[in-house]
Ligand binder design. Structure first.
Ligand SMILES: Nc1ncnc2c1ncn2[C@@H]1O[C@H](COP(=O)(O)OP(=O)(O)O)[C@@H](O)[C@H]1O
Ligand SMILES: N[C@@H](CC(=O)OP(=O)(O)O)C(=O)O
Length: 439
């Protein structure tokens, strides 16, 4: 069986981490295709190389001195090369990067160098072939990922290569311009490679022992989810469970290739299996909880709204015209509320409000900001009566005021809107009622 293994930045932050990764790869001969991220944080106050690259390029664009910032990035790689005793120099690579920064090659080019250089080191360390992602991962002229072309070229390229390192996070457009996925996008590259080689398993190695029921930065020592479906996972990762990029399931989903989240620091732990279907019953009624802060609700009221055909479309068109995507649109008889990201909305607020006024002549519009959305997700919720009731009584006990409820018709998730200040308390209350009380 072929396995594709992606290692996140936390797994490749130092020479010591690289050694653990090397041991993991050598422990299983099926681990043939390796997708590395850029070096991440070595300790909590450290800076990821990707962020250092963005900052350095920002200086270059402003025509400020950036050589020191670039030297600090080079030092991160040199430390790894020395720690691994490799006969490798990145001198020439950094010369090219410096020239490209001066020529303002783009912030995507800048960020992509994190994975590119780490890929060169990884290939040298393992004795695997290095494949530059710009030659096998493609985007169209609008920056949209080209799945079919990529799959064709990548599978043909890897067919004759027994073992290879393909850096994550970036690819190229037809004119050669480097383009990255959104942040955390090496997870997507891993999935694309798994599809192209028809892998039996896509292992995604990180710094936690699997997908956890809740964010470990909010709940201490949360339980590990042993098996989760692609659908549940997408809901959770979209809503802030950053361990896997929310788009990483698409390439493997069609082929039904399972993803296994594993811990580089504890390779003996089985981690989480992410699968298409499972007969296994979840341990608790809910599979997981995730959430994000920073939303604003725009409440629109108009008498007889329910009989005005096209009302919702007119409202949503205003958001579309202003380039703002909406998250949720709960509605009543005479009210409609639109939830959007506060940072996207804030600078366009007056234009949007005037647009809604003009398009729908409402009786009133009011705004509620600083809201958080929490998704409670689980394939087991459909079969269990009283789940919503339990969630709301737990929140009431924790003194959390619920501002919005939205249950998807799939009954796979319940979305709850609370104030930003209540975010952590709400997640804790839901976690406690289902996991600690074993419901
Ligand atoms: N539900 C969750 N399960 C596991 N980890 C989570 C969850 N929600 C948030 N996280 C965070 O995601 C981190 C792993 O993702 P990330 O930092 O992108 O790792 P990597 O550097 O390996 O790509 C964990 O250290 C954890 O803090
Ligand atoms: N290095 C990129 C891409 C990535 O996926 O990184 P990580 O695997 O460390 O989340 C980022 O920081 O966004």
């Amino acid at each position: 069986m072929k396995k594709v293994v992606k290692f996140g930045g936390s797994s490749l932050a130092s020479a010591e981490q690289f050694k653990k990764v090397g041991a993991i790869i050598h422990a299983d001969k099926d681990r043939r295709y390796v997708v590395p991220s850029a070096p991440g944080k070595r300790f909590s106050q450290d800076t990821k190389v990707t962020d250092m690259l963005y900052q350095c390029y920002e200086l270059a664009v402003k025509e400020k001195l950036f050589t020191e910032a670039l030297a600090a990035i080079k030092a991160r790689y040199d430390e790894i090369i020395q720690g691994l005793n490799l006969d490798l120099s990145l001198e020439a690579e950094f010369k090219i990067i410096e020239e490209e920064f001066r020529a303002k090659a783009g912030s995507d080019y800048a960020a992509s160098r994190g994975e590119y250089l780490n890929g060169i080191i990884m290939a040298n360390y393992l004795g695997y072939e290095f494949i530059d992602a710009k030659d096998v991962i493609f985007f169209d002229e609008h920056g949209i990922f080209e799945a079919d072309l990529t799959d064709k070229v990548l599978s043909a390229t890897l067919e004759s290569i027994e073992r290879a390192v393909i850096p994550g996070f970036y690819g190229s457009m037809a004119d050669g311009t480097i383009k990255t996925f959104s942040r955390g996008g090496s997870d997507i590259t891993g999935s694309i490679v798994a599809k192209a080689v028809k892998a039996g398993l896509y292992e995604n190695w990180t710094d936690v022992s699997g997908f956890l029921v809740a964010d470990p930065r909010i709940i201490s020592n949360p339980e590990v989810i042993s098996t989760i479906t692609y659908k549940e996972l997408r809901e959770l990762s979209y809503m802030g469970a950053t361990v896997l990029h929310e788009d990483a399931i698409f390439p493997v989903r069609k082929e039904g290739i399972p993803i296994n989240i594993r811990n580089t620091g504890a390779p003996e732990d089985p981690g989480t299996m992410i699968v298409k279907h499972t007969a296994s019953k979840p341990e608790y009624t809910i599979t997981g909880i995730a959430g994000k802060k920073g939303f604003v609700a725009i409440n629109i009221e108009k008498d007889m709204m329910n009989s005005e055909i096209g009302f919702g479309r007119k409202v949503l068109e205003v958001f579309e015209e202003n380039g703002i995507s909406f998250e949720h649109v709960p509605s009543g008889i005479d009210t409609l509320t639109v939830f959007v990201h506060q940072d996207e909305f804030i600078e366009k607020e007056q234009r949007v409000l005037a647009g809604i006024d003009h398009a729908t002549s409402p009786d009133s519009i009011d705004l509620a900001g600083d809201l958080a959305l929490i998704a409670v997700v689980g394939r087991g919720m459909r079969e269990t009566r009283g789940t919503a009731g339990r969630i709301f009584s737990a929140l009431a006990h924790a003194n959390v005021n619920v501002k919005m409820i939205d249950q998807g018709s799939s009954e796979l998730n319940i979305i709850i809107g609370v104030s930003n200040n209540d975010f952590e308390a709400a997640i804790k209350a839901v976690y406690d009622i289902f996991v600690l009380s074993k419901l």
